[in-house]
Design a binder for this molecule. Structure first.
Ligand code: GLN
Length: 600
């Protein structure tokens, strides 16, 4: 196993995660199998209890791990499926070491940061790097490790120490350190300044880590003399210094690295030069260019609680983008703060109220994403009502599906008090209820999490067609509440269709309004499995419906035509066979999706 460690210096938010994922893409394009590990030096054992306001979205993995959003970048870029252990946090490591101490595994020794925590980190990395994540058997060739935070942070010190020891342990030729840094340009003189990078490399060396490569963020390509200066002061060969200058979208980064021959440098450091092939990045390059060229807009309102921070809905945003590119449309997202749609805002802040409704009324499609807590819920219900009554394409995800059901119960069944017991425990008409297996006292890791099967019950539903008429799909979940099984019959009689259910048939997974051009809610989160070249079917449905082109993506015959006329088609190939639930035939599927349509 070879390791590429990516560290960051100078400031946070340099795009270390995207750099690390792009290095992975480049190595994969060279014919290597790649896995990845993200280290987050915070104390939380996972990201599950962290507010999206502070930290961006919580990403959910197949195994139910609630992890840092960077793992989403890795999964999307490398088209892999990671495990919860691919996200290491200080909390996880300490929990592991303390559990061993309680068992008496340290045989009376004093348990210390060095060597016990640092050993545990190294063992964890070696163990997790060997887990196959690309559907193939056996360990990958290269593991890209991203160390969160910035060099010099107090809390990353044990990790730095462990990684220093680790580089020595795995030996020369097996470890490559890429340091991502910033080369700012001072406006007055327009000069690229190297001092911050010099300082941060000095810090890195002082902590026992020696950089092999510098990846410098800057607005433009580094001037030759600037590179020379960096090489001289940071003791890094000139050809090992790359610039990650500003590009129109992040899909350009793998090519940017390739153009600067990063693959040759990395494979030389890792003693792989004799086996890597010339990387082919055509798919990435053409997608990046296509995306930058799109100009016919599709406007989607995302009605949520955390609209001021787009990272809070990162996977939703990416899934919308994948689907828009598939439909050859330029994605325009209007972030609508759910609270601002509410009657109370009309009184308290009429301008915000007007602005929110103006935005909502100007879009082609509405998406209500997942969420927790009651803030903005009434606004989300109003958005669902607006979309239903005005026949605007609507996709509700998790809480978004639940609000659609509440709205339907209120407006169509005239149950004005209908609500979720999450928001109004004493409601007379609880159409969304707490799931029996949840915990009311412990928040961390106690939801219905990860990959679960949804079996299509209504064969001719739009969602079944979008998923290529599969018997079932396998998508990721993260919820505590569900549609009240006791109210299902009543809702169905009034015209709401439950198009997919779990294997017991009691838990509702997809709701649809057959009388509406496109009104779908999913209890699961389809966004987590969307990929740049494999848009999630429900997102594709929303975007296509918003462009008035739903039939093209639902009907395999015309979908073919449609996609050919818009460029080459990419069929899912590496499907994995999955054991079908009771009574169903085995179905081959990929990422839980259908026989692949869509995009390049
Ligand atoms: N709060 C809702 C629940 O727990 C929805 C969760 C979500 O949207 N992820 O069921």
């Amino acid at each position: 196993m070879k390791y590429v460690l990516v560290t960051g210096g100078v400031v946070s938010g340099l795009g270390k995660g995207v750099t690390a994922s792009s290095i992975g893409v480049l190595l994969k394009a060279c014919g290597l199998r790649v896995t990845s590990i993200k280290i987050d030096p915070y104390l939380n054992t996972d990201a599950g209890t962290m507010s999206p306001f502070e930290h961006g979205e919580v990403f959910v993995l197949d195994d139910g791990g609630e992890v840092d959003l960077d793992l989403g970048n890795y999964e999307r870029f490398l088209d892999i499926k990671l495990t919860r252990d691919n996200n290491i946090t200080t909390g996880k490591i300490y929990q592991h070491v303390i559990a061993k101490e309680r068992k008496g595994d340290y045989l009376g020794k004093t348990v210390q940061v060095v060597p016990h925590i640092t050993d545990a980190i190294q063992e964890w990395i070696e163990r997790v790097a060997a887990i196959p994540v690309d559907g193939e058997e056996g360990p990958a060739d290269v593991c890209v490790i991203e160390l969160g935070g910035t060099i010099g942070d107090i809390e990353s010190a044990p990790f730095i120490e462990a990684l220093g020891q680790f580089s020595y342990r795995v030996g020369h030729g097996n470890f490559c350190l890429v340091h991502v840094s910033l080369v700012p340009v001072l406006n007055v003189v327009g000069e690229q300044k190297t001092k911050p990078t010099q300082h941060s490399v000095r810090g890195l060396r002082g902590l026992g880590l020696i950089p092999d490569i510098l990846a410098c963020r800057s607005t433009k390509a580094l001037e030759e003399n600037v590179k020379e200066k960096l090489a001289q002061f940071c003791h890094v060969p000139l050809e090992n210094i790359f610039t990650l200058y500003d590009v129109p979208n992040i899909w350009h980064i793998p090519r940017l690295l390739k153009d600067q021959k990063a693959h040759l440098v990395i494979s030389k450091v890792l003693n792989l030069a004799s086996i890597v092939k010339e990387p082919s990045l055509e798919e990435w390059t053409s997608r990046a260019e296509l995306c930058a060229d799109l100009h016919v807009p599709v406007r989607i309102a995302v009605v949520g609680k955390y609209t001021s921070l787009s990272d809070a809905y990162l996977s939703v945003l990416k899934a919308l983008l994948h689907a828009s590119v598939a439909c050859r449309k330029k994605l325009v997202v209007d972030w609508v703060p759910a609270c601002d749609l509410e009657k109370e805002t009309e009184k308290e802040n009429p301008n915000a109220y007007k602005a929110a409704w103006k935005l909502l009324k100007g879009v082609d499609g509405v998406l209500v994403p997942g969420g927790f807590g009651d803030r903005g819920v009434e606004g989300k219900i109003l958005a669902a009502k607006y979309a239903r009554e005005n026949k605007i394409p609507f996709l509700g995800i998790c809480l978004g599906m639940q609000v659609a059901v509440i709205e339907f119960a209120r407006s169509v069944l005239c149950l004005h008090d209908a609500n979720s017991t999450e928001f109004k425990p004493e409601t007379k008409h609880p159409c969304i209820v707490f799931m029996p297996e949840g915990s009311r006292t412990h928040m961390g890791g106690t939801m219905r999490l990860g990959s679960r099967i949804s079996i299509f019950s209504a064969k001719h539903s739009k969602s079944a067609k979008l998923y290529g008429n599969q018997t079932f799909v396998d998508e990721r979940h993260r919820h505590r509440y569900e549609v009240n099984p006791d109210m299902v019959e009543r809702l169905e009689k009034a015209g709401l269709s439950f198009a997919a259910k779990d294997e017991t048939g009691k838990r509702m997974e997809i709701v649809e309004l057959p009388s509406h051009p496109f009104f779908i809610g999913a209890q699961f989160h389809p966004e987590y499995k969307s990929r740049p070249g494999k848009a999630s079917p429900l997102f594709l449905g929303l975007i296509a419906a918003s462009c008035g082109d739903l039939d093209s993506v639902m009907n395999p015959a015309s979908a073919h035509q449609y996609l050919i006329s818009n460029g080459p088609r990419n069929v899912f190939v590496n499907g994995t066979s999955k054991k079908a639930p009771n009574g169903l035939a085995d179905v081959r599927h990929n990422n839980g999706y259908s026989n692949g349509h869509y995009t390049r």
